[in-house]
Design a protein. Structure first.
Length: 273
């Protein structure tokens, strides 16, 4: 599933293509949304932004298009009149002045008054978006210390949208490794310095993933591995997807476990329980 960094990157591409322009036509592939096609056509696209794993496209008539890519959804930007070859189902098409934005495969889509957008079930109660520049490390640390979160395993917290927005499966493994924290530990059992390090690495790894288009491994290590001919799939992560392989830092074997119903990876030496 695309996580916060991937959705923010998609939002930037869609924003560059259609924001500030009138939507000449709007198409919805879901029958329940067909009624909004004429209502949005001809309206100016006034904003395109990401919130966690959702994208919000605001129109001049005070309506907002909400979409969540879920597991297979994908936004594509292309020239007007162009229809990309794809075996995916087209769910949304917005034709701007020169470019068009197309959403394939996703089904979590809604059109709501902009003033009520926060009432959408996904957005309601959504935790702070780590990629928001206004969210500081001290705010992230404070989330771990809240009574409703401090007794839960950190592995489960990172998959809870109400805890922090935009973190998903690969990011939780990479953040925990960078922090030296075992996924089964609970915030209440961590020292103040450990919590500070965890909060700091949460923000740092999220930003690294955004800036590198999904590469969370140490930049110096990435350069070294690339020079040796390693592929992106081999050097991209420090631990995620590397179960049974050697830890880059200590040489111990990376462990894969199912935690909170999703696969999680960690190094038993670098992240002692």
């Amino acid at each position: 599933m695309p996580e916060g960094p991937e959705i923010r990157i998609e939002a930037e591409r869609v924003r560059a293509a259609i924001e500030g322009y009138k939507a000449r036509t709007v198409f919805f592939g879901l029958k329940a949304l067909k009624k909004y096609e004429k209502f949005l056509a001809g309206q100016k696209v006034v904003s395109v932004r990401a919130r966690g794993k959702a994208m919000l496209i605001g129109f001049g008539n005070g309506m907002t298009l909400y979409s969540h890519n879920q597991l297979y959804g994908r936004w594509v930007v292309c020239d007007n009149g162009h229809v990309p070859e794809s075996g995916r189902q087209l769910r949304v098409a917005i034709d701007g002045t020169k470019k068009r934005a197309l959403l394939y495969s996703a089904s979590d889509i809604a059109v709501l008054p902009s003033e009520n957008i926060d009432e959408h079930p996904y957005l309601r109660g959504l935790g702070p978006d780590i990629l928001n520049a206004r969210v500081a490390v001290k705010q992230i640390k404070a989330r771990f210390e809240l009574e409703k979160f401090r007794r839960r395993s950190i592995a489960s917290l990172f998959l809870d949208k109400n805890f922090l927005a935009g973190v998903g499966n690969y990011l939780r493994s990479e953040i925990l490794f960078a922090s030296g924290v075992h996924p089964s530990r609970r915030p209440e059992a961590l020292s103040g310095s450990e919590l500070s390090a965890l909060a700091r690495e949460t923000r740092r790894i999220m930003l690294r993933s955004y800036r590198t288009r999904g590469v969370t491994n140490d930049p110096d290590r990435v350069r070294e591995l690339k020079s040796k001919g390693w592929s992106r799939g081999q050097y991209r992560f420090a631990v995620f997807g590397r179960g049974g392989e050697s830890c880059f830092d200590c040489g111990d074997t990376i462990v894969r476990q199912s935690l909170s119903g999703r696969r999680c990876y960690f190094c038993p030496t670098c992240q002692p329980l």
